[in-house]
Design a protein around this ligand. Structure first.
Ligand code: BEZ
Length: 388
């Protein structure tokens, strides 16, 4: 009898000693960051990571009560390695959520795996049409743009300036091709003509022969998509070839975002279109820029904003399900219906999960992409091929 009594007392003591359910710590949330840490897009990857981590730090390191930890791979902006890299995050590191990447080809490989496995994926840069088009899925979201968006907006701007014949030049892969396609669609709809489409393989930066061809063609203007290290070299080579004085250069804003320190005077005056500018001057953007500069000792760029907003989107989903990622439909629909309070200006997502956002016209003045105006208000990617 005494033995039974002591056992009961011990059991009761154990129950009392256990923390109440509410006080039990939620399991950590493992975020897999797949970004370039090397190559021409390395700086873009760093800015995205900084932006994402800044938002998490502002929430005390937790989203919906779950402490956030990271697993990372350098994807080298190499689509051939992308499937292996994303599987490392899923199988070796057992991540709960995927965030990546910069390069469109890498993001398409990530989207395929995310679609097959149902793992939530937030794309914090790559603009590939397929990600929010033919590959769209309830668990795939983008916090950045589609390649079409800045290109389309610039097509309207260049036509409105009265230019008739334009040569385009870019890297021949999804980002460059789709950016040019967006530009051409708007420019030709407005009566202009793209007379030559020049390209070179990614990440080649031997521009000389193509610049000679532009000089010989003598178009009214040039439209381009380049980003990162390649953008720095292109702007310098365009000026060194004497073309900046004779043929106006217009671009998707990646040409001059995060690159102005290195481009110096060769970028001065360039007009570009993008969903961010350095001097939006809103209280939201000012607070973000201050916090980012304090944390990282550099000014933020569009990539930092996209990383920050990817974390905001994840937080919106997690908050709705109180951190419980097994409640997938509720998690997905909370992100789908969220209004993201972005430094770029608040945005919502399209039916295919791409930001519906203002595209700004900017001009390089000193080391800043200064706001000229809104080139295209609440521009939505068509999301062609998306059915879900
Ligand atoms: C892309 O590959 O989609 C991309 C890369 C850098 C800047 C913008 C787009």
């Amino acid at each position: 009898m005494n033995v039974i009594r002591s056992l009961l007392i011990a059991a009761a003591a154990a129950v009392l000693a256990a923390p109440p359910a509410a006080a039990q710590t939620a399991p950590k949330l493992k975020v897999g960051l797949m970004l370039p840490a090397s190559g021409t897009y390395a700086a873009l990857g760093t800015a995205i990571e900084n932006g994402f981590k800044l938002y998490v730090a502002e929430q005390g390191g937790k989203l919906a009560g779950r402490e956030v930890e990271f697993a990372q791979v350098d994807d080298e902006s190499d689509p051939a390695k992308a499937t292996d890299n994303v599987n490392k995050l899923l199988k070796r590191d057992s991540v709960d959520v995927l965030v990546g990447s910069v390069h469109s080809g890498v993001a398409m490989a990530m989207a395929k795996v995310a679609k097959d496995t149902g793992t939530p994926l937030i794309v914090p840069n790559a603009g590939a049409a397929a990600v929010t088009g033919s590959m769209c899925a309830p668990n795939i979201f983008r916090s950045s743009f589609s390649n079409w968006q800045p290109g389309y907006a610039m097509g309207e701007v260049v036509a409105a300036k009265g230019h008739k014949n334009v040569v385009t030049i870019t890297w021949h892969y999804a980002a460059g091709d789709e950016s040019v396609r967006g530009f051409k669609e708007a420019f030709e709809k407005a009566g202009g003509k793209v007379v030559k489409e020049l390209s070179l393989p990614f990440p080649n930066v031997e521009f000389q022969a193509l610049l000679t061809e532009i000089a010989a063609t003598k178009p009214d203007a040039v439209y381009t998509f380049f980003a990162g290290g390649g953008a720095v070299k292109f702007v310098k080579d365009y000026a060194a070839a004497g073309l900046k004085k004779s043929i106006p250069l217009y671009a998707a804003g990646f040409l001059t975002d995060g690159t102005l320190e290195a481009q110096g005077a060769d970028a001065e005056g360039l007009l570009t279109t993008l969903h961010y500018a350095d001097d939006l001057g809103t209280p939201r953007d000012k607070a973000f820029r201050l916090a980012y500069a304090k944390a990282y000792k550099v000014q933020p760029d569009v990539y930092a904003v996209q990383g920050y907003d990817a974390a905001q989107m994840l937080a919106a989903g997690l908050t709705a399900v109180k951190g419980d990622l097994t409640r997938k439909p509720e998690f997905d629909s909370a992100i789908e219906n969220a209004k993201i309070d972005s430094p770029r200006g608040a945005f919502t997502l399209s039916r295919s999960h791409n930001p519906v956002q203002d595209i700004y016209l900017r001009q390089v003045v000193g080391k800043e992409n200064k706001l000229v105006g809104v080139a295209s208000k609440a521009l939505a990617d068509p999301g062609q091929g998306c059915s879900m």
